[in-house]
Design a protein around this ligand. Structure first.
Ligand SMILES: Cc1ncc(COP(=O)(O)O)c(C=O)c1O
Ligand SMILES: N[C@@H](CCOP(=O)(O)O)C(=O)O
Length: 478
């Protein structure tokens, strides 16, 4: 399997090369040259697989430069009930991503947040940590990961990479904008290979710095800069697996359809759902939910993509979705425009110049419906109301991001089709808002009790590419 850049101006590469490289050299994102098509016989055979077996079956379609026995060993080591151990009482932890039904057979939560950092990022990041370790050891190389987080990617990456040989993590986070728990999860890590940098700005500025550093090809090569954000194809590939697993859990036969509702910000999670659907998974609808930062909802309603600057980006109670420029959206648009790299370059010249594009008067807008997306948004009042509804009606405590998903799912779920809301974090990460909604604290795993009181280690700086490069140089040496 070879991988192409969405901007059409980079050489095709193999899986392991793009795993270490992240962003394509022309500034685009990598995608497989075509999506593998799943036969009905494969779908039937996959229904009874464990999570690790299913991950191996699906990833084998995308990875042909790791020997199958090694890839299988990596999947088996990653997807264990010991690692994903935070399922709700009564839900089957052995399933890794069990479905928690709110209305049996009709509306459920796909539990993706039972890993070590209590967010869906652990599903892919634990695999990435093991893949990095494997590939770096084979090649005798090292990697310096530069990432950006709005709250969850950072801790998931740091937990997955801490102590790993040949790996350093430099993680940029928006200063003062994450929950106290999220800050503590990252900044309390004292491992020598983990560096936290809080930038005075929003996630989008941190993400722009990651891209700017990656686009400095000489610096990237000299300092072996890699990516763990969902700009890295490995993240998206690993996220495809749980759409299949959720589908099998919600249906009895492969003649049925399922709708997925995905709380969205950087478009990485729902991009994996889009690819699962392109591979042939019977997906009735992909329901995209945003918070007050509703750039993506606006696009799916109007055809206008208008990324917003810091002044227009709200700090909300679903802070991990405080994103106004969605990296992975470029992957979807590449498919929407018929995989035409020149067209993507034309559209992203506008995005990169800080303006917008409008496809409403083009044939692409009509084509949008072929991809099965619908969308909606939520705000703080709606979030509190939905957390209360889930608690009072279903006796289920949900986090603020999942609440955005549930609110939109209740509005948009297609009739007669089971709908799964992707549970992207656990309520323990957002205690302040849970208390506001329910006047009670969420439970948290015993080993995360009192985490906010631990000593913290973080460097605060302005969102400045040169300053971040200087920090990396100072800590890596030559
Ligand atoms: C808890 C949570 N929900 C939803 C999202 C949005 O996911 P994506 O950025 O893949 O759209 C994020 C961050 O990415 C998150 O951390
Ligand atoms: N919501 C994320 C930010 C987006 O990160 P990505 O790695 O999924 O692109 C976060 O919580 O950090």
């Amino acid at each position: 399997m070879r991988y192409l850049s969405t901007r059409g101006n980079a050489p095709a590469q193999s899986f392991c090369d793009i795993l270490l490289g992240g962003l394509a050299p022309d500034g685009g994102l990598y995608l497989p040259e075509s999506y593998p098509q799943i036969t009905r016989a494969e779908l039937d055979a996959w229904r009874s697989l464990s999570y690790a077996e299913l991950a191996f079956a699906i990833l084998s379609k995308f990875v042909d430069d790791i020997p199958p026995a090694d890839l299988k060993a990596i999947c088996d080591k990653t997807y264990t009930a010991a690692v994903y151990c935070n399922a709700r009482p009564g839900d089957d932890a052995a399933e890794i991503t069990p479905v928690h039904w709110l209305e049996p057979g009709r509306l459920g939560l796909l539990e993706l947040s039972n890993g070590p950092t209590l967010a869906f990022k652990d599903m892919a990041m634990q695999l990435l940590g093991n893949l990095f370790e494997y590939v770096l050891e084979k090649r005798g190389e090292e990697i310096n990961i530069l990432g950006a987080t709005s709250g969850d990617t950072g801790s998931a990456a740091e937990y997955a990479m801490r102590g790993k040989h040949g790996v350093r993590v430099f993680m940029l986070s928006p200063h003062g904008r994450m929950s106290a728990f999220q800050r503590a999860q990252m900044y309390s890590l004292q491992d020598a290979n983990i560096y936290n940098i809080a930038v005075r700005g929003m996630f989008d500025e941190a993400q722009d710095i990651v891209k700017a550093v990656s686009n400095d090809h000489a610096f990237k090569a000299q300092y072996k800069i890699g990516a763990v954000n969902s700009i890295n194809w490995g993240r998206v590939a690993a996220q495809i697996v749980y759409y299949f697993k959720g589908y099998f859990a919600a249906t009895k036969s492969n003649d049925e359809q399922v709708a997925f509702c995905v709380p969205s910000g950087n478009f990485g999670n729902i991009c994996a759902g889009h690819i699962a659907r392109m591979m042939g998974l019977p997906v009735a609808k992909l329901i995209l939910a945003t918070n007050e930062n509703d750039v993506l909802d606006e696009f799916f309603r109007t055809g206008v993509y208008r990324p917003r600057g810091t002044a227009e980006t709200h700090t909300t109670s679903s802070p991990s979705m405080d994103i106004s420029k969605a990296s992975n959206f470029e992957r979807f648009v590449f498919d929407l425009v018929g995989r035409d790299g020149a067209k993507v370059r034309e559209l992203w010249a506008k995005v990169d110049a800080g303006t917008s594009f409008d496809i409403s008067a083009t044939p692409f807008f009509a084509k949008l419906s072929e991809f099965g997306f619908v969308s909606g948004r939520n705000d703080h009042a709606g979030r509190l109301a939905t957390i209360r509804l889930a608690w009072e009606k279903y006796r289920t405590m949900i986090d603020t991001h999942t609440a955005d998903g549930l609110k939109v799912a209740l509005e948009q779920a297609p009739a007669g089709v089971p709908t799964l809301v992707l549970e992207t974090a656990l309520p323990a990460k957002f205690e302040e808002t849970i208390r506001e909604a329910l006047n009670r604290a969420p439970e948290r795993p015993a080993k995360l009790e009192g985490i906010e009181a631990l000593p913290q280690r973080v460097e605060v700086m302005d969102p400045d590419v040169a300053a971040v490069k200087a920090f990396i140089v100072a800590h890596v040496g030559h």
